[in-house]
Design a protein around this ligand. Structure first.
Ligand SMILES: [Fe+2]
Length: 344
């Protein structure tokens, strides 16, 4: 039997390609644009041993490129707009071809604007177009190779990676669109319910924004922050089941009427329960009238028995209600308001 001995360069290439596939697979681990961009830039920095990777995206309805960069250790994504004709990136986008510039100081094409805005010093660039079939999605720039110069063989790797970067970013853009539509729909729904109650105009929008900010302040992240927004928007949708004459009553409510108002948390729970994706949001809404001292409703839960998101909604809901005029009283000052919210 003939034994085939694999050559060392062949083995090296096979191992490299395998590890490349694992790295590329990481682009598809999330659907969040920010997370995907972070993974792509960090992976390309590692593959090419470069100081930084920039991604320029061209959205279908825009006539400019959006610049993203994600430096290690930096949390905030920097977004800058670049004209389609500007610099090396513009050339690569227009010609749909990769380009290596190992000394940008000698290139007339190099556009200094981005360095001036970011405070980063570019020395060398390998830029390649992001494309899939005939569509062009933007350009990737690999900047400042740490060990020597970019070489022609690097372009082969770029050619291989380019469609995967494009697909990962396209998936994220589609997911963003669906999410925008979802938020648009629940905001419209909440506004329709809010229109039943003439004294709370703009309340839902303020509770959405304040819940998000407070959730961020207490250290919540990612999906939990999104849930705080959703719960903020939908917290009072159960009012759809409360008779108008009670909601619109210009005087203080009787005990019986107040008992009916209290049912709005139960109605919200019943409305949302058939939607399985709402299972983490429902407790935030159902318990948003509980009080830390146990004197709230619907179950009289106390302290940390009340889910954290419900406590967040409860604080901002009470704060906003007290900061607004009511037919039977004027809005409280910020100082008085804060005191009263925390007394509750
Ligand atoms: Fe409420």
């Amino acid at each position: 039997m003939e034994v085939q001995v694999l050559s060392r360069p062949f083995l090296k290439m096979t191992i490299f390609k395998k590890s490349l596939i694992y790295k590329i697979a990481g682009f598809f681990i999330s659907l969040e644009t920010k997370e995907i961009l972070k993974r792509i830039t960090e992976t390309l920095e590692e593959i090419f041993n470069a100081e930084r990777v920039s991604i320029f995206r061209k959205k279908e309805d825009r006539n400019y490129l959006e610049f993203y960069t994600f430096s290690r250790g930096e949390d905030e994504l920097k977004k800058i707009k670049i004209e389609l004709s500007k610099g090396i990136v513009g050339w690569v986008y227009k010609n749909n071809r990769p380009l290596i510039v190992n000394d940008v100081s000698k290139s007339k094409m190099f556009y200094k604007g981005v360095d001036e805005l970011t405070g980063f010093k570019t020395n060398s660039i390998l830029a390649f177009p992001l494309g899939l079939k005939k569509r062009r999605y933007g350009v990737v720039e690999i900047i400042n190779k740490k060990d020597g110069k970019f070489k022609r063989k690097d372009l082969k790797i770029c050619e291989l990676i380019s469609p995967f970067v494009a697909i990962a970013l396209e998936n994220a853009a589609l997911f963003e669109k669906i999410e925008e539509m979802f938020f648009g729909m629940i905001r419209s729904f909440a506004k329709a319910v809010e229109a039943k109650d003439p004294y709370t105009s703009g309340h839902v929008e303020r509770v959405e924004n304040l819940s998000y900010l407070l959730a961020k302040k207490v250290g919540l992240k990612g999906n939990e922050l999104k849930n705080a927004k959703i719960a903020g928007i939908l917290h009072d949708i159960g009012k759809i089941g409360i008779p108008d004459e009670i909601l619109k009553k210009p005087k203080k409510l009787t005990k019986e009427e107040y008992e009916i108002i209290k049912k709005h948390v139960l109605y919200a729970k019943e409305i949302l329960e058939p939607i399985s994706e709402m299972k983490d949001i429902i407790p935030a809404i159902y318990y948003h009238h509980e009080r830390y001292d146990g004197k709230g409703y619907p179950e009289g839960k106390k302290g940390e028995e009340i889910p954290l998101l419900a406590r967040i909604i409860s604080i901002v809901d009470a704060f906003d209600a007290m900061a607004s005029d009511r037919p039977y009283r004027k809005a409280l000052s910020a100082k008085k308001n804060t005191k009263r919210v925390f007394k509750k």
